[in-house]
Write a protein of this length. Structure first.
Length: 218
């Protein structure tokens, strides 16, 4: 297993599991589509439009084969190996500093738009620095249940509309609908029929939502 991101990139490349993209790629308009299409290989973007000096790694891991590679094992032994590692945890050691703190910005110097966050899909109103976790998907109906977390400082630029019913519960934090000039806080609920316009959004303090989408077939 690689000790850091550079080791992991080298490991993927040595195994023939990495595609290096040298042409300029726009994180807002292109990167999401390229990542969606790449289910077999990791993508290493060398030139990001609008972000000179930045590089980006995506779809790493893209599949269970990559996960087995990361744990230095085979597909057949992947689950036992992960279970073994989880059971054998290492003690945590607190240190005063480290490479992760080489660049620190606070106050007015913080601007999340300085980071090349990509737009994942056509229904997203903008780039997100967050993690989406699909809890379940019904193969017959297409219903999807997921948890979605927004980091503090996220702000989208466009409205959203879709052709399916959607229910949303705010589990923690606040989600501000700029179009409706309404703030949704923890414990609040919304039901969106097909075609309902919502967003753009702003998240000042972070937010986690539980979403149920009916019959999306996505």
């Amino acid at each position: 297993m690689g000790k850091d991101m550079r080791d992991w990139i080298a490991q993927l490349e040595a195994a023939g599991e990495l595609v290096t993209v040298k042409r300029p790629v726009d994180p807002r308009a292109e990167m999401g589509a390229l990542l969606y299409q790449s289910r077999e290989k990791g993508l290493f973007f060398q030139t990001l439009t609008g972000y000179p000096g930045w590089r980006a790694l995506g779809q790493a891991p893209a599949n269970l084969r990559h996960a087995a590679l990361a744990f230095d094992t085979t597909l057949e032994q992947l689950i036992p190996k992960v279970a073994e590692r989880v059971a054998d945890t290492l003690p945590c050691r607190t240190v005063p500093t480290g490479p992760v703190k080489e660049v620190v910005r606070t106050g007015d110097r913080v601007n999340l738009l300085d980071l090349p966050a990509h737009v994942s899909g056509v229904l997203d109103a903008g780039p997100f620095i967050a993690s989406g976790l699909v809890v379940s998907r019904d193969p017959d109906t297409g219903d999807v249940t997921r948890l979605l977390r927004f980091d503090a400082g996220v702000e989208t630029a466009e409205t959203i509309t879709h052709d399916f019913w959607e229910e949303v519960w705010i589990l923690e934090g606040e989600l501000i609908d700029l179009g409706k000039r309404q703030t949704f806080g923890a414990g609040m609920y919304a039901c969106r029929p097909p075609g309902m316009i919502h967003g753009p959004y702003r998240v000042d303090r972070g937010c986690t939502t539980l979403e149920i989408r009916y019959g999306t077939r996505a």
